[in-house]
Each structure stands twice: as structure tokens, then as C-alpha cells.
Design a protein around this ligand. Structure first.
Ligand code: BG6
Length: 512
């Protein structure tokens, strides 16, 4: 196929729709929630779209003893329950399930890897998977090191018969700068960087990928995408849910580690990075890393000035009364963990000097909504200020990441009538209406990319470390417990200190 304007689409880094080569995907942590809710439903959906080759196989691996048949049954239930592509199609399932295997593993025991290796060789022989392997580490982080080390020690880090070997590492990638560096070191002792895929599922979201297309495939936005026209940017990831059954994990994480340090940092990089020369994986990741390096570090002493934390108490969400965080399962009744964080970042480069980026994320907020709001400067001369009735806003471009995916541009218009009355109106693009088809789940896109060997949408080790460098003074200052927790009611938009953070600058949070 020829694309106009590109002699060699692959050299230009364009990704064409392709089928993944025959391969075995090994999931460590196969009895966990992620496997059921996301990974196997995503792989099934790829199979249903004919994007996997017929020999494609999956080996589930976890401590739980189980045979292949029991694993197949459990995975069929999972796909039925969690796939958004509708109920299982029997014919697709039959051929998909023929490639599903299970092997019980003790991640700390070398014998387990020998058994796995044998099973992989058998699958290669029977299903023609040619030694191609994708390992997916989705266990609790405390097991990452052992798995990586033992994959290396048992020679599973390289395929012996000319195939490829890749490894996907789930979040969290480290708990702090030191552990992220140690994990990078451990991984790179066993694998080369081009074998390593650090997943951040936000990068698999259509709407996050579309930020680049919006900016770089249109001529009208880039000229105004800078400090001359943009007043500030707000990035919001609000969730109405609490911590559900993940209290144990969340107690160790908190909102900054769980959402801001990784997901929102990636979104920020897409919004603010410099235009790309090519779409080649490292070109994209170089620009993003450069951007994160340009974020002005918040020092230990400045933490209270630039960042706010919160924890929800009891309240009500969607009309239902809900408990406070400290009463959730697996949570310490005196917990000091933050379930909300809002931060103001400044970026020290020519494009963004003095333009604040306000990021916020929290659990048990009034609704689930993730969006980027580019707030433009006011018109320089307020011609209409004496004749106007009503309230109107400066222009804003709102990129709705989820739900109700789309983009809208807010601008001011005259209300029809004899007088000059002005109101802010909205020009709207919605994915659903414009394209009329479902957007693939983030994990579908990312798994397929890893199978195709495309790491553009995966975090590179250096960017992960820079993001942790920025986080460290904040997390160190927060070792000192907040004295006012809980400080926001479940179902509200967060603590009043978060309003003060932005209002000090003469601005307001949007109410999406
Ligand atoms: C995960 C966090 O990485 O992202 C969760 O651990 C959070 O706490 C989730 O709820 C949000 O993802 P999404 O795709 O629902 O916005």
C-alpha cells in the first residue's frame, strides 16, 4: 500500500494495521484481577478482529494450582463479564481457547521456569509460534525482581531459535526514585531496552493518542499552542469510585503515585512536548522526556505552595451514601494516605514560560471524568464590557479523554436579540457520532503494539526516572502526616485548599 506523501511508511514510523506474528504471551499473575478484567478480554477482542495469527497462544501462570481446562473456563467467564465487545462468539472462542494454557508457578523457584520453558517449546512445536515470546509481568511488584532475574538465569530472556523475546512490565514501575532506578538496572541486566515495554495504560487510550494528531495534523492549533495565547492548562482525572477492593495497594500508593506521577505526567507530556520530526518510537519518547526534564522541580520547602493533598471522609456520590476512606477494606483506620492531589507545575522552556499546568486527580469526586482544558488568554481589548449582560468566558479547548470522548471549543457568541448579550457556546466533536464505531480498549492497542514490536506508546526508562525525580521532594515532604485528614467529603470536588491553590493565581478550576 502506498500512502501519499510517504515513500516508505514503515521507515517514517507510520503504523499500518497489521496482524501480530505467531507468538506465546506468558502472563505472570494470571489469577489476578488485571488478567481477568483487561488482559485476556483485550487479547480475545484482538483475536475477534483477526489481528492475531492463528497460532497465537497464551500461557497463564500463577501460584494457584489449575489445569488448562479450568483456566479456559475461568477466562471464558472473564471475557463474558468484562469484554466491552459484547458476548463471546463461540467460533472465535473455540479457536482462541485452543491456544490457552496454564502452568502453576512459584515465581521464586527456578524449577518453575524450567517447566515453563518446556511448555513453551511444546507450544512452539504444536502451534508454530517460532520461539516468539511476550512475557507480561502483572504480579504484585514485590515479585518483579525475582521473575526478571529467573527469566535471565533460565535463559528465557533470549529465544534460542531465532524468535524474539519481549517483556511488558505493569505499573507501578518503582515506589520511588531509588526503587525505579533499581528496577531499571535489574531489567537491563537481563533484557535490552528494546525488549522492554513499561506499560502506562493511559497511552493506549484513543483520546490520549489523538492529542498528537490534534496538534500535529492540523495547521491551526500549533501556532497558538504557546505562552502568547494560552493562559494556563488544567488536566483533571476525577473518579467517583473509591478504592474498591484495592485498599492494601492504595495505602502504599496514594493519589500522586497512583495517577499523577505516571498517567497524568504522560498526558502532560503529550500536551506540552515540542513538535516531532518523525513518529519513530524514540523520537516521540525523546521529546516527551525532554519536556518532563523541563518541568521546574518543586523543592521540599515549596511543596505547600505548589501542591495540595486530600483524603475523603464520608459523604454521598450519585445520591448514595458512602463511607470515608478510612473505613474502606484494607485501609488503616488512621490512614494518612492521600486520595486526592492537585499540583501546579511550571515548565521552564521558551514555549511555556509562566504558563501554569494545574493537574488534579482524586477518588470519590462527584463524577468520573478525565479531561485536558487548554484555557486561552482573554481577548486583549474588552470591547463589549459595558454593553454586555450575562457571563462569558475566555476561549477554551477541552479534550475529553473519558467518558463521552471528544473535543470541544468554547467561544463567545451574541445571543439573538436587539441588545448585545453574549454567552459562551460550544463547538463539539464526539468520537461516537463522528466515527460510529467503538474505540479499542487501551490494553488492546498496547498489547498489539508490543506484539508488533512498536514501543512508541510505552514509557522509556529515562522518562520514568525523571518523573520520579520530580516526585521525590513532594513525597518526602508528605512523610509528615497531614493534620487535617479527612479534608473533603466524598462526592465533593476535593479539599478547599485545592481551590485556594488555583484561586491564588486569579483562576478557577473547571467543573467538568
Ligand atoms: C490505575 C489506578 O492505574 O488507573 C487506579 O491504579 C485508577 O487507581 C485507574 O482507578 C484509572 O484508570 P481509568 O482508565 O479508569 O481512567
Amino acid at each position: 500500500m502506498e500512502l501519499a506523501g510517504f515513500e516508505n511508511p514503515l521507515r517514517e514510523g507510520l503504523r499500518l494495521e497489521r496482524t501480530a506474528e505467531p507468538c506465546v504471551t506468558v502472563i505472570f499473575g494470571a489469577s489476578g484481577d488485571l488478567t481477568k478484567r483487561k488482559l485476556v478480554p483485550a487479547l480475545y477482542s484482538l483475536a475477534a478482529q483477526n489481528l492475531l495469527s492463528s497460532g497465537f497462544s497464551i500461557v497463564g501462570s500463577a501460584r494457584t494450582p489449575m489445569n488448562h481446562e479450568a483456566f479456559r473456563t475461568a477466562m471464558r467467564d472473564a471475557v463474558n463479564r468484562f469484554s466491552d465487545a459484547g458476548p463471546v462468539d463461540s467460533a472465535v472462542w473455540e479457536s482462541f481457547a485452543a491456544g490457552l494454557f496454564y502452568t502453576p508457578t512459584d515465581p521464586k523457584k527456578p524449577e518453575s521456569y524450567d517447566n515453563l520453558s518446556q511448555l513453551l517449546t511444546e507450544i512452539d512445536r504444536e502451534r508454530g509460534t517460532a520461539g516468539n515470546r511476550l512475557f507480561y509481568i502483572s504480579t504484585p511488584p514485590s515479585l518483579y525482581s525475582d521473575i526478571i532475574r529467573l527469566l535471565g538465569a533460565t535463559g528465557l530472556n533470549r529465544s534460542s531459535n531465532g524468535g524474539w523475546t519481549r517483556i511488558i512490565i505493569e505499573k507501578p514501575f518503582g515506589y520511588d526514585l531509588q526503587s525505579a532506578r533499581a528496577l531499571n538496572r535489574e531489567v537491563l541486566q537481563v533484557f535490552t531496552e528494546d525488549q522492554v515495554y513499561r506499560i502506562d495504560h493511559y497511552l493506549g487510550k484513543e483520546t490520549v493518542q489523538n492529542i498528537m494528531v490534534l496538534r500535529f495534523a492540523n495547521g491551526i492549533f500549533e501556532p497558538i499552542w504557546n505562552r502568547r495565547y494560552i493562559d494556563h492548562v488544567q488536566i483533571t482525572a476525577a473518579e467517583s469510585l473509591g478504592v474498591e477492593n484495592r485498599g492494601g495497594y492504595y495505602e502504599q500508593a496514594g493519589a500522586y503515585r497512583d495517577m499523577i506521577q505516571n498517567h497524568l505526567m504522560q498526558v502532560l507530556a503529550h500536551v506540552a512536548m515540542e513538535p516531532l520530526a518523525t513518529m519513530e518510537a524514540n523520537a516521540v519518547r525523546d521529546e516527551k522526556t525532554k519536556l518532563v526534564r523541563a518541568i521546574r522541580p518543586i523543592t521540599f520547602d515549596e511543596v505547600d505552595q505548589f501542591i495540595v493533598r486530600g483524603q475523603y471522609g464520608e459523604g454521598s456520590v450519585g445520591g448514595q451514601p458512602v463511607e470515608g476512606y478510612r473505613h474502606e477494606d484494607g485501609v488503616n483506620p488512621e490512614s494518612r494516605t492521600e486520595t486526592y492531589a492537585a499540583v501546579k507545575f511550571l515548565i521552564d522552556n521558551w514555549r511555556w514560560s509562566d504558563v501554569p499546568f494545574y493537574l488534579r486527580s482524586g477518588k470519590r469526586l462527584p463524577k468520573r471524568v478525565t479531561e485536558v482544558a487548554i484555557q486561552f488568554r482573554r481577548a486583549p481589548h474588552l470591547l463589549f464590557k459595558h454593553v454586555v449582560s450575562g457571563h462569558f468566558e475566555p476561549n477554551a479547548l477541552i479534550i475529553r479523554i473519558q467518558p463521552d470522548e471528544g473535543i470541544s471549543l468554547n467561544f463567545n457568541a451574541k445571543i439573538p436579540g436587539q441588545a448585545i448579550n453574549i454567552r459562551t457556546v460550544r463547538m463539539d466533536f464526539q468520537y461516537g457520532t463522528s466515527f460510529g464505531k467503538r474505540s479499542p480498549e487501551a490494553y488492546e492497542r498496547l498489547l498489539l503494539d508490543a506484539l508488533l514490536g512498536d514501543s512508541t506508546l510505552f514509557a522509556r526508562g529515562d522518562m520514568v526516572e525523571v518523573a520520579w525525580e520530580l516526585a521525590m521532594p513532594i513525597l518526602e515532604a508528605w512523610q509528615q502526616p497531614a493534620s487535617n485528614f479527612p479534608n473533603y467529603q466524598a462526592g465533593s470536588w476535593g479539599p478547599k485548599e485545592a481551590d485556594e491553590l488555583i484561586e491564588r493565581d486569579g483562576r478557577r478550576w473547571r467543573r467538568p
